[in-house]
Design a binder for this molecule. Structure first.
Ligand code: AMP
Length: 143
């Protein structure tokens, strides 16, 4: 199973904000949309960073309540690791485990195609394991 299979099911919708969006606004977006991160894009729609729940917790721990008035550019992670639609589920699990993060934007030729979360990856892995088990059961019964 590949990243492209996950995108085929969930679609390519990605929530993005500009670098000047406040932490307060991003927090509301994460809450109302029930998501764990937003991507930060510049005026040319280029990926500039990612802000996840973790970054907001860190900012509040460091600055207290004034953290809510900080801009995305002040709390985001700039070196965003991405994946390709042809990457396997195992590859992205490895990347997330090594990098200790739960979100991976999907990019090809500089174009943002979607985002996979650890929840998407676990769901796909479970489906794959169930298919394998069913195939094995059918093989045993047939034999
Ligand atoms: P997460 O586990 O995704 O909530 O993120 C934990 C930390 O890793 C936060 O500081 C995020 O900004 C950062 N992060 C999340 N996804 C990525 C990614 N794909 N590349 C680089 N950093 C990331």
């Amino acid at each position: 199973m590949f990243v492209s299979d996950i995108l085929a099911e969930k679609g390519g919708l990605v929530y993005t904000v500009s670098p000047g969006t406040t932490v307060s606004h991003i927090s509301r977006q994460l809450s109302t949309r029930r998501i764990g991160s937003v991507l930060v894009v510049d005026r040319l729609d280029r990926l500039a960073g990612i802000v996840s729940e973790r970054d907001i917790v860190n900012a509040v721990a460091t600055h207290g309540a004034p953290a809510l008035e900080l801009d995305a550019s002040e709390v985001m992670t700039r070196n965003v690791v991405t994946c390709d639609p042809d990457d396997s589920i195992d590859q992205v699990m490895e990347t997330m485990t090594q990098g200790r993060f739960r979100h991976l934007p999907v990019v090809r030729h500089g174009e943002l195609l979607g985002l996979v979360s650890i929840g998407d990856v676990v769901k796909a892995r479970i489906a794959e394991t169930q298919h394998e088990a069913e195939a094995l059961r059918a093989y045993i019964v047939a034999g």
